[in-house]
Design a protein around this ligand. Structure first.
Ligand SMILES: Cc1ncc(COP(=O)(O)O)c(C=O)c1O
Length: 397
């Protein structure tokens, strides 16, 4: 008898070879335990524990009630694009034309997906500095390209140098992907690192993709620099950002990409056949978020700063764990190599034995192996419970 044929045989090779997001896989497992009545503390997610500010919600509901319920232009509403261009000028020093240099997408993730569809194909290599956010590599591979894994060293606090970049350059390298503040490491690229990448990109004629999703979430003296402002870089850079993290708007699905009109128009073609436009009335909320009072962002960052200090101090007391005070984003990236160099096994053990959901570092590339990512964008109570449980599992020093 023939072996049973699964329905998988209809899936494209491209998709069969893709793996679902590992961070979502952790949440799924935690959800299953919760469904069995187990008290799980979930630190695996990557979203603010606040709800969108009231004036932003009101702007969207007003727009919807006023009849803003139709398709809008593929690149976004004029008001939202204007707000984005002004924000890029004000906060980042980036000059873009709101009509031709800004493109609104349903979430920042989709703007990256769109760029990959537009600029990546078989024969194109994209350098990904790792540890890196879990979706860059699949997004590149789903477009037929190859991700070149540039492993940064945890023992140098993941510093980026020209030598490391040169060592990974291939004849097919056309794009370099940056993410600062970084998910998962919390590193904010220094001015020297930005300049090193910029000259490397110019010398080898590369496009630069910079994901600045966490730019508002930075602590102490760290300063965010946008690489598009380095002289000579504007014409080879795509700047990706979104409203999910800074304005607690993950469910709204609003992101954007900014860059040269010639780049944006290529992405626009694909968008017109993929999603037409981002949600009309959500964009009214997006415009209100960027143009309205910004105090809310500071309040969230103050709360995360307090939790960042707490979690760093307490995890450093755990036998076998080491972590630094991160400069940006809302994750602790904990070195657990002394306990177990296999981060998947360790994350599973923590979930199974003390019911705390964390993400294994290897999900962010081989350079993340031996580490665990814990989100501190959660309540003080949940964080304390998680820390207590981890301390009881491994003991304190
Ligand atoms: C580094 C990074 N980039 C992009 C995104 C995508 O965010 P969104 O699609 O919600 O805008 C995330 C979300 O976790 C992220 O961590």
């Amino acid at each position: 008898m023939n072996a049973p044929r699964t329905k998988d045989r209809f899936a494209s090779t491209r998709v069969r070879e893709a793996t679902p997001s590992p961070t979502l896989a952790v949440s799924d497992k935690a959800r299953q335990l919760k469904a069995r009545g187990i008290d799980v503390v979930e630190l695996g997610g990557g979203y603010p524990d606040f709800i969108t500010p009231e004036h932003v919600r009101r702007a969207a509901s007003d727009a919807m009630n006023a009849g803003d319920t139709h398709y809008v232009g593929g690149s976004g509403t004029p008001a939202f694009r204007k707000a984005i261009a002004e924000k890029l000028g004000r906060d980042n020093g980036i000059t873009v034309d709101p009509d031709s240099g800004v493109f609104v997408t349903p979430g920042g993730k989709f703007s990256l997906f769109l760029a990959a569809q537009a600029f990546v194909e078989h024969g194109v290599d994209v350098m990904v500095l790792e540890p890196a956010w879990v979706s860059y590599v699949p997004i590149i591979e789903l477009s037929g390209g190859r991700a070149v894994h540039v492993g940064l060293d945890p023992d140098t606090n993941f510093v980026i140098t020209r030598d490391i970049l040169e060592a990974h350059l291939t004849p097919d390298t056309r794009i370099i992907m940056l993410n600062s503040p970084n998910n998962p490491t919390g590193r904010v690229m220094t001015r020297a690192e930005i300049d090193a990448v910029a000259t490397f990109a110019v010398d080898h004629d590369l496009m630069v993709w910079t994901d600045e999703m966490y730019e508002k979430i930075i602590y102490d003296a760290a300063t965010h620099h946008s690489i598009a402002t380095v002289p000579g870089l504007a014409d080879r850079t795509l700047t990706f950002n979104g409203l999910s993290k800074a304005y607690a708007m993950t469910g709204w699905r609003l992101g954007y990409v900014a860059g040269a009109p010639e780049f944006i128009s290529q992405m626009a073609k694909i968008n017109s056949h993929a999603i037409t436009c981002a949600t009309s009335f959500a964009q009214a909320g997006g415009a209100a978020a960027l143009t309205g009072p910004q105090a809310f962002v500071g309040e969230m960052v103050t709360a995360w700063d307090r939790r960042r200090r707490y979690v760093t101090t307490e995890l450093n007391r755990v036998k076998g764990l080491r972590t630094t005070l991160v400069e940006g984003a809302f994750y602790a990236f904990v070195d657990a190599r002394e306990i177990d160099s296999d981060s998947v096994r360790l994350a599973d053990r923590i979930l199974d034995e003390v019911h705390v959901g964390v993400v294994p570092g290897v999900a962010f590339g081989a350079a993340g192996e031996g580490h665990l990512r814990l989100s501190f964008a959660t309540s003080d109570e949940a964080l304390k419970k998680a820390v207590d449980r981890i301390q009881s599992l491994f003991g304190t020093r």
